[in-house]
Design a protein. Structure first.
Length: 157
């Protein structure tokens, strides 16, 4: 459920007018980071196929170009893993490829601009659900009652 201005005000938070949401599902699980490297490069065929799939599904879900200057992100990933591999897979091993795919698809500028991240694992059919929220850094800091870090104030995103 997307928070409305009324809900945010009730919780004592400011409404962030620049916020946008993106929600899409890729019918694949990312390759494990344990299998991500081929020689010294992150370019296995499985990785390339996953990144290409994220590009297709993310661009289909996006209404406009999402990555931009001064934007920070919250990322929520749900990995739906089949019962046969549920205890075998660790979500930390999926995380790197899943985020690199977002950068490659130009949904986010770089994973260093992620200010909050969540991952969950559930029983399912081998899919990855992405939920991304983007904010203007200054508006987010004001809504949280803080200021951007000194490095962020001087750096050109």
């Amino acid at each position: 459920m997307k928070p409305t201005p009324e809900i945010l005000i009730e919780k004592g938070l400011r409404f962030i007018s620049s916020a946008w949401d993106l929600d899409f599902t890729v019918p694949l699980l990312p390759p494990s980071v344990n299998h991500y490297k081929v020689r010294r490069y992150y370019n296995s065929g499985e990785t390339k196929a996953y990144i290409a799939a994220v590009c297709v599904f993310a661009r289909a879900a996006a209404e406009h170009h999402l990555a931009g200057d001064g934007v920070v992100y919250e990322v929520d990933l749900t990995f739906a893993i089949p019962r046969t591999g549920f205890y075998r897979w660790d979500t930390n091993n999926f995380w790197k490829v899943a985020l690199d795919a977002l950068v490659h698809a130009r949904v986010i500028r770089d994973d260093r601009y992620i200010v909050e991240e969540h991952a969950r694992k559930e029983l399912g059919g081998g899919t990855t659900r992405y939920r991304i929220r983007g904010y203007n850094l200054d508006e987010l800091a004001a809504a949280r009652g803080s200021t951007p870090c000194g490095d962020c104030e001087t750096k050109s995103f």
